[in-house]
Design a protein around this ligand. Sequence first.
Ligand code: HEM
Length: 455
Amino acid sequence: METIEVLALVAAVLFCLAVLWRSTSPAVQLIRDPAVAHSLLNEHADAFMNRPSAGLLTALATWTRGPERNETLATVTYGSHWRSLRSNLTAGFLNPTHLAAVAPLRADAIQDLVTGLSQAGGEEVVMREHLDRAMFTLAARLCFGGDHGLEESGVRAMQRAMDDLSQAMDDTVSFDGSTLGKITHWRRLRRLFGLFGPLFEVVRPLIAAARARKSGDSYVDSLVELRVPNPDVDVVDAKRALTDDEILGLVAEFLATNTGVIVACIEWTLANLVILPEVQRKLRCEIDEAVAAGGGEAELSEKAIRDMPYLRAVVLESVRIHPPSPFVTRGVHDVATGRLRKRLIFMVREIGRHGSAWTEPGQFKPERFLPGGEAEDVGHMPGRNEIRMMPFGGGRRFCPGSNLAILQAKFFLVALLRNFELVPPSSGVDLTEVGDFNNVMKKPLRVRVTPRKLP
Ligand code: HEM
């Protein structure tokens, strides 16, 4: 065959592959309107119970297929396996009695944060560095238990591994859909999955220790004890334990959801409090009054924190305008083949700032969530009759950790405002957003923290 004929043949094959690829690629629909989001997620919840399946690229990157993949709560298909994992987290770990018992761990983390910031001597600090450290220590203790030999060096090694994973995740999500993009995406995915290795090195002995002690109240203890449906055995209601690989995935998910997004929520809130001194002053007044009413205790009670209307309004306004997770996805799959037909992307940021649902949507105005305000009935979860914002998603797969996340953010904010005056840095505060997986401040917030004389 002549060279020219070979080239023509190669071009024809490539053309056919491109047409095939395009014709089999799932359609993508972007949802920006709160009313449309409500109709899809609330009125047709049964049709949108799953996120898009991971697909060919993930299979290539992990060299695994279908049920062999280690599913996490966020990736698993709606069904009995999902129900087991979800009720283990919500009815078990996140139930109010259990959470009350972890209050001392949170108090320790907050105390360390306040001590660290006090040493800054009124100088400018990069708030995220301090918050990341405190929040990660807390998450690791919630995950593995406060007194099971979790060394500081192990916590920091885990934090480094998780930082790399979350950076790789952000690089992977922002993928433009072009053929070149897909190839790059595949390479990024391979890198991403490779990053689980260093995390596993630190976590594997902790899983082994949890298996050996057979009881405990940390998240990893609950995963070791959990039995999930086993469809591979021909026995009614057959169950099996989770493998170490599966537990690793769930641990990574737990650490990720209990750190970066909560830190992002606190950082965005602080940025607005620094820019708007009047809002900061009002919030501090509410905190000082609650502290006085509580007899000046070092940490306010959970009830006192929940009963603070202005704090609630500030946090809601923060997650409305700067949702730490900027989009939520759903997939429509072919019933027979399981292949992804359509990908729906709910643009959480745009929904929370939609002109049809909010007046002056770009302005940070906590008052809108107070009694008499335009959003006095809006909470952090979508209402039954409407969606006006959805920072924690909606429908069947809404975020199970939303209450904990809001509570942790409030406790940290109260401690910071109670102990420090927060003054803008000389360079000002830049609210530019970055990140597709997590929505963070492009320029990490710098603040001058001046210790307060406690009333
Ligand atoms: C400010 C902090 C947080 C934000 C902004 C956030 C946001 C979200 C969003 C938007 C989703 C997708 C919901 C959907 O698809 O409808 C989600 C899912 C999820 N979140 Fe959170 N989250 C936060 C904290 C947490 C915490 C603390 C936990 C665990 C204790 C958690 C565990 C999960 C899990 C397991 C899922 C997947 C649920 C499922 O598919 O059934 N999140 N989160």
